[in-house]
Write a protein that binds this ligand. Structure first.
Ligand SMILES: C[S@@+](CC[C@H](N)C(=O)[O-])C[C@H]1O[C@@H](n2cnc3c(N)ncnc32)[C@H](O)[C@@H]1O
Length: 283
């Protein structure tokens, strides 16, 4: 399992944007603009067509569950990005690796007595998808997985779902959405309005490193979380060199006034990490 943190960050990150940059992906003087955010779309893939991965490993949880995952996922189209850095903002957001807070989150979910049966769950920024897969194996009714890069869903998330549940899984229980949170919010809001269903639980890990994305992530959660719903968010207290972290995200939530949050668990061995429980403010 890989836990490296090589973010590719430019000097301008976290500061006022370059006004000459129109999000075109072109060079402006010496500064390269980030490319436009990837559009949102649903990814369909038949479970029976998923190839058996060559190398897999297992994660044993305190609660006794065992989750399997692909150890060396490959994607031809993301090959250049993944070899360059763990994460390239707006190009490749890091989903090919398993990050340590996703392990914290599955451990935490395996410890708490949550009754999953009948729940509708969304994992945001899923990468390997282990938290969502745990919810699936524990009986959640429907799990929707979202990742910025569709290649991650095709090469990592979907194969991991099949690895843990078998190709015979009722395909109606899982759906997969790629793209940026801005577009994903529109797509999932339309979806929830047409089905009259919102998510009971949202799971997300290592997704708050970039403060520029807080508004989009917040607005997406606000649109699709059921009024009684809960978000379990696992992240580092502070992302050194990047700027984000749990305190800053909690401050952001407080400023927006929609959600209340509490720290349910702190992991202090190595880099400080936390699990936040986030719910709609009761009026
Ligand atoms: C560092 S990876 C974490 C992957 C996985 N949750 C884990 O902990 O192993 C961050 C994830 O956040 C998601 N992400 C980050 N920024 C995003 C954005 N603007 N829109 C959509 N997804 C985004 C990507 O899908 C990416 O996989």
């Amino acid at each position: 399992m890989s836990f490296t943190f090589g973010f590719q960050i430019t000097e301008e990150d976290g500061e006022e944007g370059d006004s000459s940059c129109q999000n075109t992906g072109e060079l402006h003087g010496t500064q390269e603009c980030p490319p436009p955010p990837l559009p949102a779309k649903e990814i369909s893939m038949s479970f029976s067509e998923v190839q058996q991965p060559a190398t897999t490993s297992q994660l044993r949880l305190e609660g006794g569950e065992v989750l399997s995952y692909i150890t060396s996922p490959e994607s031809k189209s993301l090959e250049a990005s993944t070899s360059e850095s763990d994460l390239i903002p707006s190009v490749y957001e890091g989903g090919m690796k398993i990050w340590e807070c996703s392990v914290d989150l599955v451990q935490y979910l395996s410890e708490i007595a949550l009754s999953w049966a009948g729940l509708m769950v969304l994992e945001l920024g899923c990468g390997a998808g282990l938290p969502g897969i745990l919810a699936l194996t524990k009986g959640a009714e429907r799990i929707h997985f979202q990742d910025y890069n569709e290649e991650v869903l095709q090469n990592v998330t979907i194969p991991n779902v099949v690895l843990n549940t078998g190709a015979g899984l009722d395909a109606a229980r899982c759906r997969f959405f790629g793209g940026d949170w801005g577009g994903v919010q529109e797509l999932l809001t339309e979806e929830s309005e047409s089905t009259n269903n919102k998510y009971d639980v949202i799971l997300t890990s290592e997704t708050i490193y970039n403060t520029d994305s807080y508004q989009k992530l917040h607005d997406l959660m606000k649109s699709v979380l059921a009024p009684h719903g809960t978000v379990y968010l696992a992240a580092k207290t502070h992302y050194f060199g990047v700027g984000g972290g749990t305190r800053l995200f909690e401050e952001f939530l407080q400023k927006e006034g929609v959600f209340q949050s509490e720290v349910c668990k702190v992991y202090s061995e190595g880099v400080n990490r936390e699990i936040l429980k986030i719910e709609m403010k009761k009026s």
